[in-house]
Design a protein around this ligand. Structure first.
Ligand code: SSA
Ligand code: ZN
Length: 470
């Protein structure tokens, strides 16, 4: 159903400029009163009294907005989208290394699917319903649909679409689909608890013998990713059978024991979180402590014997029989891109490491005479060649380079670039343009030193540094 607002309401919003004013929805906790920001561009350990919440930083850096017309759903603005896409590019590279195949799956499914999966019975309150066109053309059809809160049932349909053999397993599907959960309005908070979000989701279909290795790999992947993001510490919780559950008690005991065994072998400390498992299986939840000491549930690894049975999933075993039941492991490493981004924003306090920064280099021409030269350098460094008659190469790593040619003093433009969090600034004057170089200053280096590079060298320098994730 399309929500049609009377035009009067829309124009009232416009007149009162409410579209601007309600970037923070009324149910969100308001960002804290403005606090002084650290003056340097160096990422530093934030002191408690200067700590900025991700909502404040998100607003100051124009990363995202929320509108009351769709509470709990994020609009990523252009600079926020740059970071969002970097997170996905990064994760896709890791997933390829761990043998995942990405799929793109539907968002709405008939009620029947949710009845098979058990969501209709145990998870209905968290789901949005969608109606089909009720004009009688599909007589007898099940025309109640649900917007997906999880990808797993869809992945079970893919698994079940063809005959699988033990040789094919493990099959690992990755999916970055949007998910919707009808979270209580009062619980919505910035990017950490939202109604529409994107997990870096993965479902592994494997034989019972492969479970242990797959869970170990998942823990390894979590560790690799959290090290790249310099997550200061995380802890593991074994969440056991909840009140609302599907399946037999002995299956739950086995699944909980399997997870416990892997945890006992791992070197990371873990604890039990009684009764907090998913309705279909126990899970290892991974909690990250942010720089302010607050914990967030990010990654999760869940062991599930139920959905494979409910969807009657089978594979052909080495014995030639085709009635073997696969085991399903659900796992997400960021958890959701939204929640992980909130943690990363707060961790860096808005001072982005080069590889994540949506503002990597600012070129400042001293006068209008260097404008053309500045833009030519921008094109080379950013990888966005200007010849529109040619195809743009998808292999070219896009770098985020801006030119500030406003008629402001050099000092003013330099200060603004520092404030906005650029990693590098290049001032170009007559000397640089005649030598065909840029005088590059690294803003995290306090010495104010500049070094001359050609545009191609700057591009190589930035790409080289990005690959170190520093
Ligand atoms: N089906 C499994 C994954 O295959 C699943 O959905 N697990 S889950 O319900 O535990 O969600 C996984 C992760 O998504 C959580 O650990 C959390 O990081 C993130 N997440 C869950 N709900 C929200 C929400 N409302 N807002 C933001 N992130 C969320
Ligand atoms: Zn799942």
């Amino acid at each position: 159903m399309i929500l049609r607002l009377p035009w009067r309401v829309i124009t009232q919003f416009r007149r009162s400029n409410k579209f601007e004013a309600i970037r923070w929805c009324s149910s969100c906790e308001q960002p804290p009163a403005r606090q002084r920001r650290p003056a340097t561009s160096k990422p530093s350990q934030p002191q408690k009294d200067l700590y900025l919440d991700h909502r404040r930083i998100g607003q100051e850096q124009d990363l995202y907005m929320i509108n009351e017309l769709t509470p709990g759903s994020i609009f990523f603005l252009p600079h926020g989208t740059r970071i969002y896409n970097r997170l996905l590019e990064f994760m896709r590279a890791q997933l390829r290394g761990f043998g995942f195949d990405e799929v793109v799956s539907p968002i709405i499914y008939r009620k029947t699917l949710w009845q098979i999966s058990g969501h209709w019975d145990k998870y209905k309150d968290d789901m949005y319903k969608v109606s089909d066109r009720s004009d009688g053309t599909d007589v007898g059809e099940d025309d109640d649909y649900g917007l997906k809160p999880m990808n797993c049932p869809g992945h079970c349909l893919i698994f079940d679409s063809t005959l699988r053999s033990y040789n094919d397993l493990p099959i690992r599907f990755a999916d970055f689909s949007p998910l919707h959960r009808n979270e209580a309005k009062g619980a919505l908070t910035g990017l950490t608890r939202v109604r529409r979000f994107h997990q870096d989701d993965g479902h592994i279909f494997c034989t019972p013998d492969q479970v242990e290795q797959e869970i170990k790999n998942s823990l390894q992947l979590v560790d690799n990713v959290y090290s790249a993001f310099r997550v200061p510490s995380y802890r593991l919780l074994l969440s056991t059978r909840p009140e609302k559950f599907i399946g037999a008690l002995e299956e739950w005991d086995k699944a909980e024991n399997d997870l416990r065994n892997v945890l006992e072998q791992s070197e990371v400390p873990w604890e039990i979180n009684d009764g907090d498992g998913a309705f279909y299986g126990p899970k290892i939840d991974i909690l990250i402590k942010d720089s302010n000491g607050k914990e967030h549930q990010a990654a999760t690894i869940q062991l599930d014997f139920q959905l494979p049975r409910r969807f009657n999933l089978k594979y052909k075993g080495a014995d030639g029989k085709d009635d073997h039941r696969p085991v399903l492991i659900h796992r997400a490493v960021f958890g959701s891109v939204e929640r992980f981004l909130a943690i990363v924003i707060e961790q860096h306090q808005g001072r982005w490491p080069l590889w994540l920064n949506p503002r990597q280099l600012m070129i400042i021409p001293i006068s209008h005479a260097q404008s053309e030269f500045a833009h030519a350098q921008q094109e080379i460094i950013s990888g966005n060649a200007s010849d529109k008659k040619k195809l743009f190469s998808f292999m070219a790593e896009p770098l985020f380079v801006d030119v500030d040619e406003r008629p402001e003093t050099l000092g003013h433009r330099m200060r603004e670039a520092i404030k906005k969090g650029y990693n590098y600034v290049a001032v170009v004057g007559p000397k640089e343009s005649s030598k065909n170089v840029l005088a590059i200053r690294n803003l995290s280096d306090q010495s104010n030193k500049t070094t001359e590079y050609s545009a191609a060298e700057v591009r190589d320098l930035i790409i080289g540094k990005m690959n170190t994730f520093e």
